[in-house]
Design a protein around this ligand. Structure first.
Ligand SMILES: [Zn+2]
Length: 272
């Protein structure tokens, strides 16, 4: 089975090298390409960070990217910011836009975000949105609550949204938003960090959480809208595949591990 990693990060952020090492990897394109090949991962989608400059987003051929409006990439000049985002969305290897509410203090359904959704609609590219827990203390969960995507989905019915991290751990709210709004897909990234080692033991110890997540996804029954993603460099890739297989019933593996990402992010070149 081939795999598409629909959510990972590839930047020279402080701490990324250490995170990769803690997960049993190296934060280099060469290492990632080798590991992807070994695991049958044919493509990874970078969730963009740090900058909106066009020069700052060139990636190896096995990667695509979403241009990311993280807290380092927000610019004072709104018009300039919009024109840079549009220049990215015009590129074929830029497959979407990534928003980081929570880290950024705004609601995704705020009127000031409308022009960004309009650009996503114009170029038929999805908007991936961080939801749920954040990694920094100055972030605010009220902005990353999965319910914020309900109003965004209603305001922008012609835009495909991707709810990153399934709002973890706010699973019940996330499922309600997904059940109600057909234009919201979800990626299962960011649920592991570091190297676990004994995965059998980990799955046993965390069976309540894994059964709960699996139970909600079975209840939702929207296997054409669930995407595999790792949030590399956070987890060990082998272990993340094992975890995802424990969450997703086997009949839906092809959908979740690559078909849905290929369709939603328009990666036609990877469809047979
Ligand atoms: Zn991420």
């Amino acid at each position: 089975m081939k795999i598409i990693d629909a959510h990972f990060h590839f930047a020279d952020f402080p701490g990324f090298n250490e995170l990769a090492i803690a997960a049993g990897h190296e934060n280099t394109a060469e290492h990632l390409e080798k590991e992807y090949k070994r695991l049958g991962i044919i493509c990874g989608i970078v969730m963009g960070n740090k900058t909106l400059s066009l020069e700052g987003h060139h990636y190896p051929s096995f990667m695509r990217y979403c241009i990311g409006l993280d807290r380092f990439a927000i610019e004072e000049d709104h018009e300039r910011q919009l024109s840079l985002v549009e220049a990215h969305l015009k590129r074929s290897d830029c497959v979407g836009l990534k928003l980081y509410p929570g880290y950024n203090h705004f609601y995704v359904y705020d009127k000031k975000m409308d022009p960004f959704f309009a650009l996503a609609a114009k170029y038929h590219k999805p908007v991936a949105i961080h939801t749920g827990l954040t990694a920094t203390n100055d972030a605010l969960l009220k902005y990353s609550h999965p319910f914020t995507l309900d109003e965004a989905a209603v305001r922008h019915p012609d835009v495909q949204l991707v709810m990153c991290h399934i709002g973890n751990p706010l699973l019940e709210s996330a499922i309600a938003v997904l059940e109600k709004n057909q234009n919201v897909a979800v990626d299962l990234s960011g649920l592991l960090e570091g190297r676990i080692g004994d995965m059998d033991r980990f799955l046993k110890e965390n069976h309540w959480y894994i059964d709960t997540l699996k139970g909600w996804l079975v209840y939702l029954h929207a296997w054409d809208r669930v995407l595999f993603g790792t949030d590399w460099p956070l987890p060990n890739l082998d272990e993340y595949i094992t975890l995802t297989k424990a969450i997703v019933p086997e009949p839906y593996w092809e959908n979740v591990f690559w078909k849905n990402a290929a369709r939603i992010y328009h990666l036609e070149q990877f469809i047979d």
